[in-house]
Design a protein around this ligand. Structure first.
Ligand SMILES: CC(=O)N[C@H](C=O)[C@@H](O)[C@H](O)[C@H](O)COP(=O)(O)O
Length: 223
């Protein structure tokens, strides 16, 4: 089922939360158009308005997620069935959700995966360790992404992409592995591909100008 992408390649994450300068309007749709114009084979995006706008704007598969803060919980990427239903209704092609080992999630997330599949929508598991990746495959997801490595307290904390986790996943799971998280340069992206990733997701380095600018500002100040 996961041959939804005609080839391996780059997926651009187009996300701007409410507190970010590019939030709202058709900005993320335009970002998506620019990405696809330059060869991106897919788009990852947050929230129903941006999923709808991007589906309208481009003709590549869209990975949809909904970030929601639930008081007392650390799980924020598509935490409940309500978000899965909203993403499916917005006609995303793939639902991305947290499949980490926090708060009993590995034991409770199966109905979210089953619902998406019953609706004909694929599932990408955002994980942070090899164990979570193996558990996600057992749970029947279609893609595994290294998205949350560095964002759970027990996973590897580092500035760059987690290529070690990526390599391990590529060795031990049979479904496509997505490299995601802190891929800042074309060289990072190439390393991720060489490590075995089927798809490479780049977000902030392409679509968060405030973070890109601060890297340049720091470079100029530090030199
Ligand atoms: C941890 C988390 O919340 N990650 C989110 C997941 O969708 C996004 O904020 C990231 O931008 C995305 O994963 C792409 O990663 P990067 O922006 O590092 O290329």
């Amino acid at each position: 089922m996961s041959d939804i992408f005609p080839m391996k390649g780059l997926i651009v994450s187009c996300q701007a939360l409410e507190h970010e300068p590019l939030h709202g309007g058709d900005t993320m749709a335009k970002m998506a158009r620019a990405a696809v114009q330059s060869g991106a084979i897919g788009i990852r995006t947050n929230g129903v308005p941006d999923i709808l706008a991007i589906k309208e704007e481009v003709n590549v598969p869209v990975i949809g997620l909904i970030k929601r803060d639930i008081p007392g919980s650390a799980i924020f990427i598509t935490p409940t069935l309500d978000e899965v239903k909203a993403i499916v209704s917005a006609k995303a092609d793939i639902v991305a959700l947290d499949v980490t080992n926090r708060e009993g999630r590995l034991a409770s997330v199966k109905p979210l995966i089953t619902y998406a599949h019953q609706m004909g929508v694929l599932v990408m598991a955002d994980i942070s360790t090899l164990e979570e990746g193996l558990a996600a495959e057992e749970l029947g997801v279609d893609f595994i992404g290294t998205t949350l490595s560095g964002y759970t307290p027990y996973s590897t904390q580092q500035e760059g992409p987690d290529l070690v986790l990526l390599q391990q996943l590529c060795e031990f799971v049979k479904i496509p592995v997505v490299a995601e998280g802190r891929i800042w340069t074309p060289e990072d992206a190439a390393s991720a591909k060489r490590a075995g990733a089927s798809y490479v997701v780049v977000g902030s380095a392409i679509t968060r100008p405030q973070l890109i600018t601060s890297r340049y500002v720091k470079a100029v100040i530090d030199c």
